[in-house]
Structure formats: C-alpha cells, structure tokens
Design a protein around this ligand. Structure first.
Ligand code: AFD
Ligand code: MN
Ligand code: MN
Length: 406
C-alpha cells in the first residue's frame, strides 16, 4: 500500500495548485455513455444512454458532480445518424454541456474495408475527404475547436498494400481537410500501432502523426491516446518531446494492461499517468502559462456502469494532476543539476505518494461540488432512475435490450 504522506504545502504553493486545479477541465466522450461491446459480445446496461439526449444528460450529471466536464466529444455517425442541426447544440445546452471535439467516423462503413484516406480506390478516398469536410461543417455550426481524427487504415498482411503511396494519399487528404477548417479549429491527428489492422496501421506512432500534422498545416497537432502504445513505451517522453515541439494537440485518456483496453485512468498504472502530468506541469511551471491542449477521456466501459466509470476516471485524472502539481520544482531542478539520482527520484515519488485529498477537498469546495463526487453520485439515485426510464424508452421504441440509436 502506497505510503500516505500528509500534504505539507506552503500556502502560496497550495493557492497556486488550487487555482490551476479549478481551471483543469476534461472532455467526456459521447460514446462512453451508450451501450457498446467488443467483438465477443455486447452486454447491455439498463441505465446506458438510448439517444443523444441521454448522452448529454449523463455528461451533464458528470459535470454536476465533478465540475470538470463541460464539453462532450461527439462521433458524427454514432451521434447524428439522422444528420446534424442547431437543435443538437440546444439539446447539449439544456443538459449543461457543450459540443467539444468532432470525431468523423471513417472506419465503419463497408466501403472502408480497405481503408479510408489510404484506400487504393480514389473514389473511397474522395468519400473519406468529403466526410471530413462535412464533419468540419458540423464543427463550424457547433463552434467546436477540434477536429479529432482517428483512422483505422492499415493492412493485415505483408504485401497487401503500398506503404509509401498510402502515406502520400493520407497526407493529401489531411491537407484538404486542414484548408477547410475554420481558423478557430485545430486538427488532432491520433495514432495507434495496431487494431483493427494487424500488420501495420498507416497512423502508427507519434512520429507518423507528427509528420502528417506538419504536412497538413499549422493548425494540426498530435493526439496522444494513452492506450495506443506498444508495451513498455515511454509515453511521458513522447509527451515531453511533443510539448517541446509545440505539437501536442491533446490526449485521449484511459488505462490499459495489454492493448487498447479502455480501462479507467489509473486503474492499472497510476504512476505512469502521474509522470505524464508531471511533464505538463513542469512546462507550465517553467513558462508560467497553461498548456493549451485538449484533455479528453476516451473510454467505453463494458463491465462498469457508464457514468460511475466516467466520474471515477475524471476524479483520478484530477487527483494525479494534483499530485503532479505538488512536485517541488525548485528542489527537483537543483537535484537534477547535481546529478543526485536518488534525490531527484525521491522528489517525484514523494509527490506521487502524497495523499492529496485535503487539496482536492479545498478545490471541490471552491467549485461547489461534492468532496467525494463518486460516492455522492452513487448515492444520488440518478442511475436507478435512468435505468427505469431508459428501459421503458427502449421498449417503447422497440429497441432490443441494450440497443441504442447511436
Ligand atoms: C477507438 C479508437 C480510437 C478512437 C476512439 C473513438 O481506438 O481511440 O479515438 O475509438 O473513435 O478507441
Ligand atoms: Mn482515442
Ligand atoms: Mn482507442
């Protein structure tokens, strides 16, 4: 069990930490609230969202209990199956949230079997570009600041595809999208080394996304999904390099044991997540300004109740960021300068092992949210009520158990 040190911060350090934590927000994914599953099956939850209004309601309740999640990342195909119009913006506002990143869906239609922007059939590539341009238009109407791109493009067998031509096709597609984006929009280029493609993916690591983003244009950056790295990869080193290159666009946060497991943040390796936040806080300490990036949860839970898992993961992000906030930066710099390996490590470890509950209590009081958001939510009865209402809604709509519109 990790040692729990009492929080000993100078008042100025505590005030600085409280101010920063009050500003810390993270976007929740619409797809985290509807029933989903794996290729092995879909296990429905009565309380899971049935339609977009339910998803916004769940995001809104998450924000009500945490004070940290005012925006919702949306998936164009899953959330707007019948098209988008301004009523969606009104619906989100009704639930106390706003539309965040726009995620085109370039991986589910049958035509994308052999890829979207990297498909050897120019007609499919053109269709993929059109979907990106349509998604940008949705973003323009929703006043979204991010076009978040994940491509499932890749190959399953050696010899199946021309790697260099695919790179060129993708580059051309991203350049067309970048040209169309409104000036307030940033393109986030996500990477993933495998899945669903098994031999190679076209957007496979931070370097590929970096090169694609650089080629696309000045408002394209790299999106780091913490579940998208080969085992043993040093993610905080990637984050530090991207920060230094001003190419870190944002994160999709989750945790994983083996693959892209969509586990709640910190459930497997909280120290790694803390080290990622440590790089962010170190930059903010040195520059005196917040790192302007998109913090997003990317999880879709099958065995945890959806809203509970979302509140749990958001609170864990906040707790680990708080721990990074209490690292003694001056002492760390001095210790590194004197090459005191143990001393430097101990400064980081002690911050990680410190119980920041007292600090979070101060922050949450100031934000007028419960001191323990998860316990408060679990006692609220929201989930039980949603289960009854949504079960009835599914029945009335003739949806299969656990079915949802999107
Ligand atoms: C899947 C992909 C990727 C993407 C997300 C939402 O692996 O992380 O960002 O779906 O589309 O998790
Ligand atoms: Mn992701
Ligand atoms: Mn993923």
């Amino acid at each position: 069990m990790a040692r729990r040190d009492k929080l000993l911060l100078s008042s100025s350090a505590q005030e600085r930490a409280v101010r920063r934590l009050k500003r810390f927000q993270i976007e929740v994914p619409s797809w985290g609230f509807a029933n989903t599953g794996t290729r092995f099956g879909k296990f429905s939850q009565d309380a899971a969202a049935v339609d977009l209004g339910d998803k916004f309601a769940d995001a809104g309740i998450t924000h009500q209990f945490t004070g940290m999640t005012p925006s919702v990342a949306v998936h164009v195909l899953w959330d707007f199956p019948g098209g988008f119009d301004k009523s969606v913006v009104t619906l989100a506002r009704k639930h106390g949230v706003r539309i965040g990143a726009i995620n085109p869906n370039l991986f589910q239609d049958q035509c994308y079997k052999f890829g979207s922007v990297c498909n050897s059939d120019a007609r499919i590539r053109r269709r993929a570009v059109k979907h990106m341009l349509d998604s940008i238009e949705i973003g323009r109407q929703a006043k979204s600041e991010h076009l978040s791109l994940w491509f499932a493009d890749g190959a399953n067998y050696p010899g199946q595809a021309d790697i260099r031509r695919r790179k060129k096709w993708a580059t051309s597609a991203l350049q067309k999208a970048h040209k169309t984006m409104p000036r307030n929009m940033t393109m986030l280029v996500e990477y993933k080394p495998f899945e669903p493609a098994a031999y190679f993916t076209d957007f496979f690591d931070w370097g590929s996304s970096y090169l694609f983003a650089k080629a696309a244009g000045p408002r394209a950056k790299v999106l780091v999904d913490t579940g998208h790295h080969l085992l043993g990869c040093n993610i905080e080193q990637i984050v530090a390099w991207l920060i230094d290159e001003k190419m870190l666009g944002g994160f999709h946060f989750n945790d994983r044991k083996y693959a892209d497991d969509d586990l709640t943040v910190g459930s497997i390796d909280p120290y790694q997540a803390f080290r990622i936040f440590n790089e962010i806080v170190a930059y903010e300490w040195e520059t005196g300004r917040d790192l302007d990036i998109a913090y997003t949860i990317d999880q879709s839970h099958n065995v945890k109740p959806k809203v509970q898992a979302t509140i749990q993961t958001v609170c864990m992000v906040q707790e680990l960021f708080a721990k990074a906030m209490i690292v003694d930066r001056k002492a760390l710099a001095a210790s590194q300068a004197s090459q005191d390996t143990v001393g430097s490590e101990e400064i980081l470890r002690r911050a990680f092992l410190t119980d920041v509950t007292p600090l979070l209590k101060v922050v949450r009081k100031a934000m007028k949210v419960p001191a323990d958001p998860l316990s408060a939510y679990r006692a609220s009865g929201y989930e039980q009520q949603a289960a009854v209402q949504r079960k009835a809604k599914r029945k009335a709509l003739g949806l299969s158990e656990g079915g949802s519109y999107a």
